[in-house]
Ligand binder design. Structure first.
Ligand SMILES: [Zn+2]
Length: 162
């Protein structure tokens, strides 16, 4: 499993804090949540964030989690995507994660980000030809897992939280 470097984590937290400091919305809970979010190497759901954040502070509520996630999306630090079973997931937007395209594995219920530099070039070109200026582009591929089909097990398959 990939991990995020301490520099990436710090940079993400600083940008989140800057965003909240501007209008006095920075709180201790938000600082904890942004740090947990900053460490995510793969797309995650609100439930997964809650499980991890509660190891640090048991009092963190769903309301705080959804407000913080919404605020990070608004700040341009997170992108909301549709994961397995149409579940809402979040993916980081920074130098290491562009998060533009992703594969949703319906077998393993995983979201796998793809670095797809061709998408903006190719589809952007088509859109321009039709007289549009693209503002946002994403590609979502729903797929079944070859590893699971061939070997009966897949390393990407997450353990279900109890
Ligand atoms: Zn798999």
């Amino acid at each position: 499993m990939a991990t995020r470097s301490p520099e990436d984590i710090e940079a993400f937290c600083r940008r989140a804090q800057d965003h909240w400091s501007k209008d006095g919305r920075r709180t201790q809970v938000r600082d904890i949540l942004s740090r947990v979010v900053a460490a995510q190497a793969a797309p995650f759901s609100a439930d997964e964030l809650r499980t991890q954040a509660r190891r640090i502070d048991r009092g963190i509520s769903y309301a705080s989690i959804y407000r913080t996630l919404g605020s990070l999306v608004e700040a341009g630090l997170l992108r909301e995507i549709v994961g397995p079973n149409d579940r809402r997931c979040y993916t980081l937007i920074d130098s290491t994660h562009t998060g533009v395209s992703h594969i949703v594995c319906t077998d393993c219920e995983q979201v796998v980000p793809m670095n797809d530099d061709c998408l903006p070039l190719r589809e952007g070109f088509l859109a321009r030809q039709l007289g549009f200026t693209p503002r946002k582009m994403s590609l979502r591929i729903e797929a079944s897992c070859e590893e699971l089909r061939q070997h009966g097990a897949c390393a990407r398959r997450k353990q279900k939280e109890p």
